[in-house]
Design a protein around this ligand. Structure first.
Ligand code: MG
Length: 399
């Protein structure tokens, strides 16, 4: 089998957060595989599209079953693949999309779901959590401010069967305005030192969520908008509420800062959504700075690299929560790997992914039931773009 062409789909969904970028790798045997570049958010969309155009050219004529050789080729036969963290997130975002597509082809060619090729079913049920409840939980994306609304969003998630939620309690100011754009607000400091108001408001929101259910697992997300000092201030205040883990407390590239946060708080630390490849994760694991790794399969180097990161983390007793806040192809790939790995912790269901325009992009709408997924049993990654989505997207074909 040989790769004959690669289609790159730039979708326009009307969703304020996500305009996903997908790829379809086509072969001379008529089997195609789908992948996703993880830059639907974050202002690097055209970097992702441009990089995948460059790398797609290199895979024409290769056997897509040789995912390991292809991954090495991207690293060794390009100049930037040998840069810091194997070229970094934009380079690896493109590798990720093409790599996931080759796994999809491999599964389809062999007639098995990818999890069987990644080690088989270690986790028959994939426990999931409701993510980013500061934007409410449901069909509408809106900033919520009042602790009562945080409690209500939690109740909504619990009513769907979730037993774990994630929230950034400093993300929305008391007036309902998103706290970090277009520039920092000196009256709502999340870096340097927290004001009594920020600390009180953030605590009251998380307390309202805790009061909904004493058994709820609560993940605190800080999006690295806090620093070492402010995340320690907030973390110490929240400790009494029982925190499942604390995500991106400080600069996600600085091992020493992350380790100092870990040393000062009685809660596990999570990070990894902005990291590419094992090379980025290793120093955090070696330093004991992270207990839950969060690689994004559409950013970090695909399923080939994602599996290795999970195994690396396992040596250091670190669990895995795949970062999933892209489109349905990203979710499908995550479910396949999560089914197989022994150190799986929980799957992220981002509120952005619940929106109808995102769910309609793919043939299958995999969603958790009673807070967990069954592992998709379709051959390959278990999802693909609809004909309609491909037709409506701007398409670039590389051949
Ligand atoms: Mg995050």
């Amino acid at each position: 089998m040989k790769v004959t062409s690669v289609d790159i789909f730039e979708c326009t969904t009307g969703n304020p957060l996500l305009d996903p970028i997908f790829v379809r790798v086509n072969t001379d045997e008529g089997i195609s595989g789908f992948g996703e570049v993880g830059f639907a958010y974050g202002k690097s969309k055209y970097g992702g599209i441009g990089q995948v155009r460059d790398l797609a050219k290199l895979m024409i004529g290769w056997d897509p079953m040789d995912n390991e050789a292809l991954w090495e080729m991207y690293k060794r036969n390009t100049f930037w693949g040998q840069g810091r963290d194997c070229g970094g997130v934009v380079f690896q975002g493109a590798v990720s999309a093409l790599d996931i597509a080759t796994w999809d082809i491999k599964g389809k060619a062999l007639g098995v779901p990818c999890y069987k090729l990644l080690g088989g079913k270690t986790n028959p049920k994939i426990r999931a959590y409701a993510s980013q409840l500061q934007f409410d939980w449901g069909k509408e994306h809106r900033n919520i401010s009042d602790p009562k609304d945080y409690a209500k969003a939690t109740e909504n998630a619990l009513a769907e069967g979730y037993s774990c939620i994630k929230v950034d309690p400093m993300c929305v100011k008391p007036n309902g305005v998103y706290a970090r754009e277009p520039r920092p607000d000196p009256t709502w400091r999340t870096r340097g030192s927290l004001s009594p108001e920020v600390l009180r408001v953030a605590y009251d929101r998380v307390k309202a969520m805790r009061d909904v259910d004493p058994n709820l697992d609560i993940i605190i997300e800080l999006h690295a908008f806090s620093d070492m000092n402010t995340s320690i201030q907030l973390g110490q205040r929240l400790e009494e509420l029982g925190i499942f883990y604390l995500e991106e407390a400080t600069d996600p590239t600085n091992v020493q800062c992350m380790r100092q946060v870990r040393d000062k708080l009685n809660m596990p630390i999570a990070t990894g959504e902005r990291m590419a490849t094992r090379w980025a994760f290793l120093p955090f694991l070696e330093a004991g700075a992270v207990q839950v790794v969060q690689p994004d399969l559409c950013v970090t180097g695909g399923l080939t690299e994602g599996k290795k990161i999970c195994d690396l983390a396992n040596i250091y007793d670190a669990g895995v929560q795949i970062h999933a806040c892209g489109g349905p192809i990203s979710t499908a790939a995550a479910l396949q790997l999560e089914a197989a790995i022994p150190n799986f912790v929980i799957h992220e269901v981002h509120e952005g992914g619940l929106k109808p325009e995102i769910r309609a992009l793919c043939k299958y709408d995999h969603q958790p039931v009673n807070g967990s997924y069954d592992v998709p049993e379709l051959p390959g990654i278990g999802n693909e773009l609809t004909e309609k989505a491909m037709k409506e997207a701007a398409v670039i074909t590389v051949q």
